[in-house]
Design a protein around this ligand. Structure first.
Ligand SMILES: C[S@@+](CC[C@H](N)C(=O)[O-])C[C@H]1O[C@@H](n2cnc3c(N)ncnc32)[C@H](O)[C@@H]1O
Length: 270
C-alpha cells in the first residue's frame, strides 16, 4: 500500500484554493492503491449505500465524481442506466475497464466546478461519495445537484465529518466548539498533486445547505464508525462489519463516525 493517507493537524491549515478539478489526472496518483488495506472502510460504504437504496429502483442514476467506478456496481443494482461523471480523464479511462461488463454505463467528463452537464430535471438519483472532501464551499455543487434531479429525484451525499466523536473530544479538550465552516485538513498522500484541497464538513451546516437548495434529508447514516488503527489491527474485518451494520443507523443521530451519508429528496420549497 502507498504511504499513510493523512497529515491531519487539529489546527486548520492553509489549503490551495485553485479552481482546477482534474487533480486525479496526476500521473503519480493511483486512487485504486488508496484502497489497499481499507477493506473495512470500502465495505462500510457499500453497506451504507445498500441500506439507503434497499427496495428502491431508479431509471437514470449518476455516480458524480465517480472516479474509477468503485461504488458504481452497487448503484447499478438499483438503476436501469448510470452516468459515471468525473473531471479526471485518467479515472474515466480506468472506470471504462473496471465497469467493462456493464453495457448500461455512460461516461461523462466534468469540465467545470459546480456544473453538471445534463439537462435540468434529468436524473432520478445522484450519488456523490468522497467528493465533498474536495469542496471548500459545497453550496454551488448542491445547487447543481438539485437542478439536475427530476422533481421527485433523490441523492446520496457523503461528507467527511469534522464533528466525529474523536474530534468532538479533541475540541472539548480545547474548550472549543466544533466549527460550523469547512475545515482544511492538509494533504493526502499517495502521490496526489500537492495542490489538492481537502476539507472536513460539519453535518449540521451540510443539512442546512442542502435544505437551502431544496434537498430535504430523508435518511442519514454514520459510516466507518470503527475506523481506528488499533481496532483494525485487533479485530477481524467481518466482525467489524457486523458491528458497523448494526450501528450505522443508530449512531447517525450523534453524527458519530468520520463519514456521514445523507439521503435527500428534491422538494419544491427552497
Ligand atoms: C476520492 S475520489 C472518489 C471517487 C468515488 N466517488 C469513490 O467513492 O470511490 C474523488 C473523485 O472526485 C473527483 N472530483 C474532484 N473534484 C470534483 C468536483 N469539484 N466535482 C466532481 N468531481 C470531483 C475526482 O476526480 C475523483 O475522481
Amino acid at each position: 500500500m502507498s504511504s499513510k493517507t493523512k497529515t491531519r493537524k487539529h489546527e486548520p491549515q492553509a489549503a490551495d484554493r485553485s479552481d482546477s478539478i482534474d487533480f486525479y489526472d496526476d500521473a503519480n496518483h493511483n486512487y485504486e492503491d488508496f484502497w489497499l488495506g481499507r477493506d473495512y472502510e470500502h465495505r462500510s460504504e457499500l453497506l451504507a449505500l445498500n441500506k439507503l437504496l434497499k427496495n428502491r429502483h431508479y431509471h437514470l442514476a449518476m455516480d458524480y465524481g465517480g472516479g474509477y467506478g468503485r461504488i458504481s456496481p452497487v448503484i447499478l443494482e438499483h438503476a436501469d442506466k448510470l452516468i459515471l461523471s468525473d473531471p479526471s480523464t485518467k479515472q474515466l479511462n480506468i472506470a471504462r475497464r473496471f465497469l467493462d461488463k456493464y453495457p448500461n454505463v455512460d461516461y461523462l467528463k466534468l469540465k467545470q466546478k459546480e456544473v453538471i452537464p445534463v439537462d435540468d430535471g434529468t436524473l432520478d438519483l445522484l450519488v456523490m461519495v468522497r467528493v465533498s472532501h474536495h469542496l471548500e464551499d459545497p453550496k454551488g455543487t448542491f445547487a447543481a445537484i438539485a437542478r439536475s434531479l427530476k422533481p421527485d429525484g433523490e441523492a446520496i451525499i457523503e461528507i467527511a465529518n469534522e464533528a466525529h466523536f474523536i474530534n468532538r473530544l479533541r475540541y472539548l479538550k480545547q474548550l472549543k466548539p466544533v466549527p460550523k465552516q469547512p475545515i482544511p485538513v492538509g494533504r493526502i498522500a499517495n502521490g496526489i498533486a500537492d495542490n489538492t484541497p481537502f476539507f472536513n464538513h460539519n453535518p449540521q451546516t451540510i443539512d442546512n445547505l442542502l435544505a437551502g437548495v431544496g434537498l430535504k434529508t430523508i435518511a442519514k447514516l454514520s459510516v466507518s464508525n470503527l475506523r481506528h488503527e488499533y481496532l483494525k489491527q485487533h479485530l477481524d474485518v467481518e466482525r467489524m462489519l457486523a458491528m458497523e451494520k448494526f450501528f450505522q443507523g443508530k449512531l447517525s443521530r450523534l453524527d458519530f463516525g468520520p463519514s456521514i451519508f445523507f439521503m435527500v429528496k428534491k422538494t419544491d420549497s427552497k
